[in-house]
Ligand binder design. Structure first.
Ligand code: 13P
Length: 248
């Protein structure tokens, strides 16, 4: 059976001091190990610090974004090979905040996923509908389009990805999708993968959007929810540890 995966997305939060105390508290809480895989997605300047802080623990390192280019004159960008140098195991691609505030489209997200894979990093492909799209009955069409753009490459399906379903209306709002709402979308994503690859069952599908210590267990009990992508609650060690404990 595949292990569940819980990823903390710190977004643009943290400092050297705050990161150190947060990771120390997480390490203490996880000293007996975890039943699931755990990763932390830190802002790029803190990846080296995180690598040192997490050494010898079960916590893996994730980045929040990667350049769609390999190397060269792209001021401000961070290449996948650079992330790899700092032990990065996963990278978020196509987070809704990047799609919304940084103009990322499906094609750019697909290129980022390819760059990550080429560097030996697993992309966590984020998909999700806005409230207007949900109300217009377009949820499934939107997430299917977003996923299709990434997984279909040169006539074959790439299955070495993690997929995160994050309804935009649930991110940072305290409004969580109900377990049934999330499961419905996850089942649709699983079916889409199954139509394209025999490895669909092995792909981990994470839910994200106001996941917290109180609602994690119910969400993670759904058949096609294989983990969580956690924003705000990942900044508080006790909350994040409770979510990890709910993932088995
Ligand atoms: P919140 O958990 O703060 O809603 O954020 C979810 C998210 O965007 C994780 O990537």
């Amino acid at each position: 059976m595949k292990k569940k995966l819980i990823v903390g997305n710190w977004k643009m939060n943290g400092s050297l001091a705050a990161n150190e105390s947060l990771v120390q508290a997480l390490r203490a809480g996880l000293s007996g190990g975890a039943a699931c895989s755990v990763a932390l997605a830190a802002p790029a300047p803190y990846l080296a610090q995180l690598q040192a802080l997490c050494a010898g623990s079960c916590i893996e390192i994730a980045a929040q974004d990667v350049s769609q280019h390999e190397a060269g004159a792209y001021t401000g960008e961070v290449a996948a090979a650079m992330l790899r140098d700092f032990g990065v195991r996963y990278v978020l691609v196509g987070h809704s905040e990047r799609r919304q505030f940084h103009g990322e489209n499906d094609a750019a997200v697909a290129e980022k996923a390819q760059r990550a894979l080429a560097a030996g990093i697993t992309p966590i492909v984020c998909v999700g509908e806005t409230l207007a799209e949900r109300e217009a009955g377009q949820t499934e069409a939107v997430v299917r389009r977003q996923l299709a753009a990434v997984i279909h490459v040169n006539g074959r399906c790439i299955s070495e990805v993690v997929v995160a379903y994050e309804p935009v209306w649930a991110i940072g709002t305290g409004k969580t999708a109900t377990p049934a709402q999330a499961q419905e979308v996850h089942a649709a994503l699983r079916a889409q993968l199954a139509a394209a690859t025999v490895h669909a069952g092995a792909v981990r599908l994470l839910y994200g959007g106001s996941m917290n210590a109180a609602n994690a267990a119910q969400l993670l009990a759904e058949a096609d929810i294989d983990g969580g992508l956690v924003g705000g609650a990942s900044l508080k060690a006790p909350d994040f540890l409770s979510i990890i404990a709910a993932a088995h």
